[in-house]
Design a protein around this ligand. Structure first.
Ligand SMILES: Nc1ncnc2c1ncn2[C@@H]1O[C@H](COP(=O)(O)OP(=O)(O)OP(=O)(O)O)[C@@H](O)[C@H]1O
Ligand SMILES: [Mg+2]
Length: 138
């Protein structure tokens, strides 16, 4: 049984091709590593599999179902530090993830406030890594 099947995946960011026609399969029970130099497209592949970004070309299947219909097969994804999130403030991060889940507009702002409060981040809600008030490495 194929757990992950990526076929002809291509993703462009403007003129930059991040992933160029990549295909691979991972069998159920296998452990797989994706290796490559910085900027070679590893994270873009993972994000495509998780349906966090939409590829320009290609088909991605999880247990034989299109990935966007089979997202329940992904338990957790741990990310490195070289990505978008640390460039966003805590508030912007929550808005970003709400957007991915199809939530937006004014109604989510109070929910964001609640979550910031719950995780003790209200004071840092608009902080960025570069504002020196929020050190993500700690
Ligand atoms: N959101 C984005 N907007 C524009 N370009 C992006 C975006 N995300 C990634 N890229 C570009 O796409 C290419 C692939 O990036 P990606 O992050 O997938 O590589 P990576 O292999 O995960 O790198 P690293 O080892 O640094 O984590 C790089 O040229 C990167 O600059
Ligand atoms: Mg990466």
């Amino acid at each position: 049984m194929k757990a992950v099947e990526v076929t002809n995946l291509t993703k462009n960011y403007g003129k930059n091709t991040a992933v160029n026609d990549v295909s691979f399969t991972i069998e159920k029970g296998d452990i797989c590593g994706i290796l490559g130099p910085n900027g070679s497209g590893k994270t873009t592949i993972i994000k495509s599999i998780c349906n966090l970004i939409i590829p320009d070309k290609g088909v991605i299947k999880l247990f034989n179902k299109d990935n966007y219909k089979a997202i329940e097969n992904i338990s957790a994804v741990f990310e490195g530090t070289r990505n978008l999130y640390w460039r966003l403030t805590p508030r912007e991060n929550l808005r970003y993830f709400a957007g991915i889940r199809g939530l937006g507009g004014r109604k989510i702002e109070s929910r964001i406030d609640e979550l910031l409060e719950r995780f003790n981040l209200s004071e840092k809600r608009n902080a960025t890594k570069n504002s020196h008030s929020y050190d993500i490495s700690k």
